[in-house]
Design a protein around this ligand. Structure first.
Ligand code: GDP
Length: 310
């Protein structure tokens, strides 16, 4: 019996978590997801990373975009635009049902953890999906001239402005969710998914007490590099690392995980970086980490699980 806690952002995390969910029983896997890029659109609470993970586990993912629900349509968004709302944040008709239900649960007094639990169960997901916090944390992208809300930077401005920093507004007052703490205390292994190392994993780690709990964790912490061949497979991780003067490489990501990670998994492409990562005091495992097909996701997940006992 395994007890695995996966820490995940959106697309990269959702792929690995799907692989893990095909091998591990519901009681063997908990997934804690970043909520610092949550925002409100049309009065609805949207949790992009939580939804990406839930849709992956429910078999609903739109494989072309990596987010949203396959086959979704955008008629409601068009109608909202006609009524004067903005439509730069794409929300499909089926996807909107998730946000409507989440918002009504929150309005009725439920926490984000309770609302997520409800949604996940109704979507037929049996593994535990846990928001990192029930308190608001909001990622801000800092540029030379202004500070942007994350979705404004990420979606509306398509990550075009160069960033000079990132700030997680509210992080000092936000508590990790109760279920997150419970999942750490029960876990035997922590897997840091290949998610954005600047905006997806750091908010989870920076919640009060979490880095300490992970540094002192009795089991193994394994991280998978989201950078392959000195670039991100998708999204702005590489661009952000470059603008923040970090090495855009697996080594650059490993530097961020010193002290919390025992084993760093890098792609075959990056074999030459292994000695420098080991110099940081982190063991390295080299394998294929590109997850295009369901088979790739399961193979990587099996590979990681085999490292737990080795
Ligand atoms: P975001 O919310 O779209 O930024 O999604 P994530 O937080 O999951 O981070 C995106 C990161 O996931 C990028 O650095 C990608 O390179 C990484 N990623 C996406 N797919 C894969 C994959 O198949 N394998 C690996 N190793 N990384 C991946």
């Amino acid at each position: 019996m395994y007890k695995v806690l996966a820490l995940a952002g959106g697309v990269g995390g959702a792929k690995l978590v799907l692989g893990l969910s095909k091998i591990l029983k519901p009681e063997e896997l908990s997934i804690v997801v970043n909520t610092a890029d949550d925002d409100v659109f049309h009065g609805l609470h949207v949790s992009p990373d939580v939804d990406t993970v839930m849709y992956a586990l429910a078999g609903l993912t739109n494989e072309t975009t990596g987010w949203g629900i396959k086959g979704d349509t955008f008629r409601t968004l068009s109608a909202l635009k006609k009524l004067g709302n903005e439509d730069w944040f794409q929300l499909g008709d089926l996807d909107l049902a998730t946000h409507i239900k989440r918002t009504s649960l929150l309005h009725s007094g439920k926490s984000l953890s309770q609302a997520t639990d409800h949604l996940a169960r109704k979507l037929g997901i049996s593994h535990r999906v846990i928001p990192m916090s029930d308190d608001p944390v909001k990622t801000k992208a800092i540029t030379e001239s202004e500070e942007l809300d994350f979705q404004d930077y990420f979606v509306r401005k398509k990550c075009e402005p160069a960033i000079t920093g990132i700030r997680f507004d509210g992080i000092n007052n936000a508590k990790p969710s109760e279920k997150f703490i419970e999942a750490i205390s029960e876990a035997e292994t922590i897997i840091i998914c290949p998610s954005n190392p600047i905006v997806s994993i750091p908010p989870i780690l920076e919640l009060s007490g979490i880095t300490e709990l992970i540094s002192n964790f009795h089991g193994k912490t394994i991280a998978v590099s989201p950078i392959i061949g000195k670039k991100a497979l998708k999204g702005p991780a590489g661009k952000m690392m470059m603008e923040l003067n970090e090495d855009v490489s697996s080594l650059g990501v490993a530097k961020r995980y010193v002290g919390i990670c025992d084993l760093f998994v890098i792609d075959n492409t990056d074999i030459k970086e292994a000695p420098d990562i080991e110099e940081l005091g982190i063991n390295v495992h080299i394998t294929s980490t590109i997850m295009n097909s369901q088979k790739d996701k399961i193979t990587l997940a099996k590979n990681l699980l085999s490292l737990i006992s080795s």
